[in-house]
Design a protein around this ligand. Structure first.
Ligand code: ARG
Length: 274
């Protein structure tokens, strides 16, 4: 499968965001033939937060990844092109960006949670995840108890940060804005370990043999694509495309592209437990 070309759009500034909230987005909302209203004519605008490899990251100036391919399929079914906007994860997971009309949907390896359900509407689940722990090889840090008194990196606004606050009270939490900064902190020894979703950590460890995923915490998470609360027309198309991708085998193809093996035939796995 070829990697998809996607326009790199600059993050909208705080000022532009305020302007958009006050007087609607600059371009007139456009309606597709199927009756789905988009913030910008001919474009399905996606909010995401980079980098989150292999779900969304930059490669050679293009934003690519599992989620990008999934949303490209939604855009194709709508007869439009996808444009991806990179913004802080907090403004995605809070529903703020969707409510301000910054994007039509959010695809960011984002877990469906009860709190988030109050602030946006989610598609049917499209990916399973659980929290995991990454540390330098040989650290011996492989459980919540082992992290007592240790510095643990968390990513701002994520389910991993919530899990660490609630379930790993003995650790000293250090918050990072994105996954790259979090992993660099583990590499450099600024922290002893980091918590994040198993998909991204296993992917990183596979390419960086100095780090290893030592445990998973069985949080049983599912990723969903978010739309503004009440945007039923778009949500129905998202769910229809997700169902199509399952039925016609495209989901497995996309999965294999980014994970190197079909679903259920995991290329790598970490021991589980808590
Ligand atoms: N799945 C986690 C959550 O929803 C982490 C997602 C982070 N995604 C990102 N693109 N930075 O909280």
């Amino acid at each position: 499968m070829t990697r998809t070309r996607t326009t790199v759009a600059a993050a909208v500034s705080a000022l532009a965001l305020l302007g958009a909230a006050a007087c609607g987005s600059e371009e007139e909302p456009a309606t597709t033939e199927g009756g789905v209203e988009l913030i910008s004519a001919g474009t399905l605008t996606t909010c995401t937060h980079l980098p989150y490899e292999p779900f969304q990251f930059e490669d050679g100036g293009e934003i690519v990844g599992f989620d990008v391919d999934v949303v490209d399929a939604i855009a194709a079914d709508l007869g439009v092109e996808q444009e991806v906007i990179d913004i802080p994860f907090e403004t995605i997971q809070s529903g703020e960006a969707l409510n301000a009309g910054q994007c039509d949907l959010a695809a960011a390896g984002m877990t469906i949670t009860d709190v988030r359900e109050e602030n946006m509407d989610f598609s049917t689940p499209y990916f399973e995840a659980t929290q995991a722990l990454i540390t330098p090889v040989g650290s011996g840090l492989d459980s919540a108890d082992a992290l007592e008194g240790r510095r643990l990196a968390v990513q701002s606004g994520t389910t991993g940060a919530v899990y660490a606050e609630e379930q790993i009270p003995g650790a000293e939490l250090v918050t990072f804005e994105d996954l790259a900064l979090l992993l660099t902190a583990v590499e450099s020894g600024q922290v002893d370990a980091a918590i994040n979703d198993n998909g991204v950590l296993l992917d990183y460890a596979a390419d960086n043999p100095d780090l290893e995923v030592t445990t998973e915490f069985n949080t049983g998470e599912q990723y969903g694509i978010g739309v503004r609360t009440g945007n039923t027309a778009l949500l129905e198309q998202v769910d229809a495309t997700l169902a199509r991708l399952d039925d016609d085998g495209s989901y497995d193809e996309i999965y294999t592209t980014w994970f190197g093996a079909a679903p259920g035939e995991a290329a790598s796995a970490a021991p589980t437990g808590s």
